[in-house]
Design a protein around this ligand. Sequence first.
Ligand SMILES: *[C@@H]1O[C@H](CO)[C@@H](O)[C@H](O)[C@H]1NC(C)=O
Ligand SMILES: *[C@@H]1O[C@H](CO)[C@@H](O)[C@H](O)[C@H]1NC(C)=O
Ligand SMILES: *[C@@H]1O[C@H](CO)[C@@H](O)[C@H](O)[C@H]1NC(C)=O
Ligand SMILES: *[C@@H]1O[C@H](CO)[C@@H](O)[C@H](O)[C@H]1NC(C)=O
Ligand SMILES: *[C@@H]1O[C@H](CO)[C@@H](O)[C@H](O)[C@H]1NC(C)=O
Length: 225
Amino acid sequence: MVNFVCICFQLVYLLLVLAFFSHITWAVKGNSLCKQTGMGEIRPHSVTITEFGAVGDGVTLNTKAFQNAIFYLNSFTDKGGAKLFVPAGRWLTGSFDLISHLTLWLDKDAVILGSMNSDDWPVVDPLPSYGRGRELPGGRHRSLIYGRNLTDVIITGDNGTIDGQGSVWWNWFRSKTLNYTRPHLVELMNSTGVVISNLTFLNSPFWTIHPVYCRTIKSKSTLFF
Ligand SMILES: *[C@@H]1O[C@H](CO)[C@@H](O)[C@H](O)[C@H]1NC(C)=O
Ligand SMILES: *[C@@H]1O[C@H](CO)[C@@H](O)[C@H](O)[C@H]1NC(C)=O
Ligand SMILES: *[C@@H]1O[C@H](CO)[C@@H](O)[C@H](O)[C@H]1NC(C)=O
Ligand SMILES: *[C@@H]1O[C@H](CO)[C@@H](O)[C@H](O)[C@H]1NC(C)=O
Ligand SMILES: *[C@@H]1O[C@H](CO)[C@@H](O)[C@H](O)[C@H]1NC(C)=O
């Protein structure tokens, strides 16, 4: 396990760290060295994922609930933003998109579980800079939590967990039955003001957090396995 006091890093550094360490355990412990910007810390509006029909039984697929909640919260982006609260439970979901001025908050014992059905991870174009999927030609599966052209996004909570249930993907990879490049857990393209803290990331199908063309990524008290 690698322990950092605090990291407030830039894109290139984060990519390197995750490329080398994505298959070992590492922890990021935050303290006052890392000054919080205060940006978006207090959101005037908050909803709970259960208000959108989500069921935290580890079995019900909640992709629609996440998508609908975030679609609803889109109307608050120019009013200081909003918080999506995920209470304790096991919330199975496919890929969903974040929006600007959003806080995704995972309470204690809240676990967001990635679906084990590859259809719940839609295929998107390869990154322009690669020109092809990293593992296979053509598209790639979109990350579980995805964002593009965003600003002021906070993914945090009271030590909740984001678990990609990646073993199915590792098996597809080994048995060469993948049709497209594997997804990441979190990917934020062309985004600024992203803070990821106080969470545990487990079992990513591929790399854990993948910021592409981003500035001001901060990460505190976050464990990656
Ligand atoms: C990045 O996002 C900004 C708006 O947030 C947009 O104007 C710009 O075209 C985007 N660039 C790319 C490469 O997506
Ligand atoms: C992001 O910005 C690029 C370039 O302006 C645009 O082509 C793309 O559709 C935008 N994507 C989203 C999801 O806003
Ligand atoms: C982070 O999680 C811990 C453990 O659950 C909690 O005690 C602490 O208040 C959280 N910190 C922040 C900044 O939310
Ligand atoms: C946070 O959760 C991880 C496992 O998910 C655990 O190892 C760690 O001790 C927890 N931290 C706190 C402060 O509760
Ligand atoms: C790949 O495509 C085949 C044929 O459509 C399908 O049966 C299989 O489930 C796909 N594999 C994955 C990992 O999605």
